[in-house]
Design a protein around this ligand. Structure first.
Ligand code: YXS
Length: 260
């Protein structure tokens, strides 16, 4: 199978480029496996910063989870072993900072993937869309926490309920991303930012990254609370509307949701 990514090393900086435009860089298991292999290689080589990007000029950074890989019912679509879950955890656990350098639209699970990165630099035309409600998907708990760590609850509610894209400019204004940079300057700016980080003490940065990950996940939840959420999510992925959402995408038509 042709690869969906390619990698490059520039001194202490590693670059992973998503490059499956035919499927709009959908986060399929093969593509995610390649990204995780690159992250593991960069960690083994003790690179100090990783940049995650799409092919230059990409109209879509990533269309999110590969919908063709989602079960149509009766199974948690975002369980622990789902490729998207692995990808988010690998980024969060990667010992060096990961910078998302964005061009094009960022959709669904790709939004969470990008928000799990340490820094985000976006071209002005970039948009972010949180799309579970568009397809009837019951997003998972740690995924919702990623969003809550990226934006205020009110903004997360707006994005989750409307499933509409928000602009890079608004995301920057809300503190959800670090910089908006013209496309022509994006790569040079991001490499300079990565260079600033690479010049500092990698062990200190790795420890602060892990501290921030642990603290960001330190939200109390009772076992009953967890079980209630899992029961609610099961009711969704066993619902007509979830099956309808997945099938509508595959049949290239607008879903007709009934609320059951
Ligand atoms: O028909 P072909 O074979 O050419 O394939 C088409 C699309 O089916 C495919 N494709 C995808 N395949 C699997 N999973 C996807 N997420 C996906 N998105 C696209 O790529 C080929 C070109 O698509 P097309 O013709 O629509 O391209 P376009 O340039 O007109 O539009 C680009 C997009 C990204 C605006 C459009 O493809 C789109 O709206 N894609 C879905 C974006 C989205 O809602 N993603 C969420 C996926 S589900 C997910 O991430 C989580 C589970 S959740 O939903 O809970 O957040």
């Amino acid at each position: 199978m042709p690869s969906s990514t390619h990698t490059e090393v520039r001194g202490p900086i590693g670059i992973i480029t998503l490059d499956n435009p035919a499927k709009r860089n959908a986060l399929s298991k093969p593509l995610v496996d390649e990204v995780m292999a690159a992250l593991a290689d960069f960690a083994q080589r003790r690179l100090r910063v990783t940049i995650l990007r799409a092919q230059p000029g990409a109209p879509v950074f990533s269309a999110g989870h590969d919908i063709a890989e989602l079960p149509e019912s009766r199974r948690d679509p975002l369980g622990w072993d789902d490729p998207l879950r692995y990808l988010v955890r690998e980024i969060e656990n990667h010992p060096a900072p990961v910078i998302a350098m964005l061009e094009g639209g960022v959709w669904g699970g790709a939004c969470e993937t990008v928000f799990a990165c340490d820094l985000i630099v976006a071209a002005p035309e970039v948009t972010f869309a949180v799309t579970p409600a568009k397809w009837g998907v019951p997003y998972n708990i740690s995924g919702m926490l990623t969003f809550l760590n990226a934006a205020s609850p009110r903004i997360v509610r707006e994005m989750a309920y409307t499933a509409k894209p928000i602009s890079a400019e608004r995301a920057e204004r809300l503190g959800m991303i670090n910089y908006v940079v013209p496309s022509s300057e994006l790569e040079a700016f991001t490499l300079a930012l990565a260079g600033d980080i690479a010049d500092n003490a990698p062990l200190s940065i790795a420890v602060m990254k892990e501290q921030l990950r642990i603290l960001a996940g330190a939200k109390p939840m009772s076992p009953q609370g967890y079980e209630r959420i899992q029961g609610l999510r099961r009711a969704v992925y066993d619902s007509h509307d979830y099956t309808e959402g997945i099938r509508a995408f595959k049949e290239k038509r607008k879903p007709v949701f009934r609320g059951d």
